[in-house]
Every structure is written in C-alpha cells, then in structure tokens.
Design a protein around this ligand. Sequence first.
Ligand code: C2E
Ligand code: MG
Ligand code: MG
Ligand code: MG
Length: 287
Amino acid sequence: RVKQEGRGALRFFEASMNAQLQARLLLGQELAHAVERGELVLHYQPIVNGVTGEVETFEALIRWMHPTRGMVPPIQFIPLAEETGLIDGIGRWVIDTACREAAGWPHPWRVSVNVSPKQFRQTDVCAAIGDALEANGIEPARVVVEVTEGILIDDADKAVAILNRLREMGVRIALDDFGTGYSSLSYLQLFQFDKFKIDKSFVNRLGEDDRALTLTRTIVNLGHNLGLQVTAEGVETQAQLDVLRSLGCDQIQGYLVARPAPIDAFTDLDRLRTKALFGRERARLTA
Ligand code: C2E
Ligand code: MG
Ligand code: MG
Ligand code: MG
C-alpha cells in the first residue's frame, strides 16, 4: 500500500513538473513578443541625497505589463530571458529606453540601469551602452550601470576589462546588493567601483539587531575608505533612515522615500515630501 501511494505521489509530482514546464514554455513564447508588443515598461525609484533628501538618481526597474497576467515582476521573467537568450534584446531595450527617457527629464537626474551577471556575460554591454548614449545624446556621466559581485565569478579578468571599458566611456559603475552572494573581498583590488549599494537584507534588520548595525557601519566605512559613495537600499522606516544618516550613508533608496513607479507619477509634491523626511532629522540635530 505504502509503495502504491508512493507511486501515486510520484505520478502527481511528474504531472505537476510537466505543468510547470509547459507554463514556462508558454511564458517564454509570450516574452519573445513582449518587446515588439510594447508590453515592457520601466518604473523608476528615486535615490536621494543622504543629507538633503534631494533626488540625485532614478533606478530603472523593468516590469512586464502582461495582457492577462497583469504586472509581472522582473524576478519572474529575467531568469527566463537569460535562459532563452531573450535577455540580449530586452537588455538593449532597457538601456536604450532608460537613456532616452532620462535625456528628456526636467532635471539633471542620473539614471541607473541593472545588468545581471548572465546578461553581462552573454551580451555586449559596452556596445548596448555606447549605442544608447549616442542615439539619445545623454551625457555618459548621467548614466550608472548596476552590477553585482556575480559578474566576477567566472572570468574576473574579462569582467574587469569590460568594466574598465565602460568606465572609459564615462559611465559610473555601482556594485549592487553589496555584501551578498560572493564571499571574497579580493575582487575589490581589481576594480574601483563608483559606489556600493548596501543590500536591503542589512537595512531591514537595522534597529532590531546590533550585528546588522555593525555590519552596515563597516560597509559604509569600507566604501568611504575606498573613496566611493555608499547607497542604502530597501529603507522602509524613519528609524532606519535616521541610523543610516548617522552613519554617514551618502544616498538613500526605499519605500519610505518612494516606491518604484512610472516617472510621470513622481511630482514636485513628492520631492517636497521626500525632503521633509530629512528635515525632521535635521531639525532634531540642530535643536
Ligand atoms: P535590485 O536592483 O536590487 O532592485 C531593488 C529591488 O528592491 C527592486 O525590486 C525594488 O522594487 C525593491 N525595493 C526598493 N525599495 C524597497 C523597499 O523599501 N523594500 C523592499 N522590500 N523592496 C524594495 P524589483 O523591481 O522587483 O527588482 C528586483 C530585481 O530584479 C532587481 O534588484 C534587479 O536585480 C532585477 N532587475 C530589475 N530591473 C531589471 C532590468 O531592467 N534588467 C535586469 N537585468 N535586472 C533587473
Ligand atoms: Mg539595482
Ligand atoms: Mg539591489
Ligand atoms: Mg537585487
């Protein structure tokens, strides 16, 4: 009996695996047409100055507006795009769209684009960035490329060569999700990043956990000692903001300031509200 039930469970397992595979295949086919059908959009999340609260940069975050599934987040289709080779076209679309939109912004805000490790290895990121800079006439210094430590795992020399080429073009390079994923610091000898983005898993725990505070302080100091800027991501509470500011964190990003949204949703009123979050702390410090 037990054996029979086991076999039944296995059949059920196989059937559901099959269903999952089918669903993935279908999603992949739909994704192949998403660019031409205009279903991909960029949302933007402000990254603000840690002292003044002024917006300095907007991070572009891709969303797939699927006609029946609704808004599909990147975690559900970027890995699929990487497996199917669609990441080349999608990545180019992201870089070009971000540069085109940012070139028309009413303020000289920077735009930050994400490039995943597989995308970095599979596609010619330098060509994509070079083409987008030229086509849209945006100054390279207004463009930031966010990469993670994962780009250095396979062939660090090649990755560093690509980063150096991007640097020569005049774009900035940020190290995203800093402190997760890759356990060695030796790669910091190979390349001078422009900024670290402290992963939100550290920021989340600030105020709950002394260890998170120590780690966050150490990352801020490490960044500053290496001569780079430090951004905290995933800031959700005023208490987290206050701690990060007291540590001298250069930039703040998170739901507390604003959620990612279409750029038009971000108004002057939001800028004032954002600055007010920082005013409270300033008022307290000067009291
Ligand atoms: P990331 O680059 O580390 O982006 C930060 C993620 O944290 C975003 O999720 C953002 O919406 C979310 N976030 C921002 N503030 C908060 C907060 O206060 N609390 C919490 N809990 N989350 C916050 P999203 O947009 O779902 O993107 C997830 C990841 O997908 C990104 O992580 C990035 O690795 C990747 N991604 C997004 N857009 C692109 C793209 O255009 N190309 C590539 N290759 N990857 C992308
Ligand atoms: Mg990012
Ligand atoms: Mg991140
Ligand atoms: Mg991430």
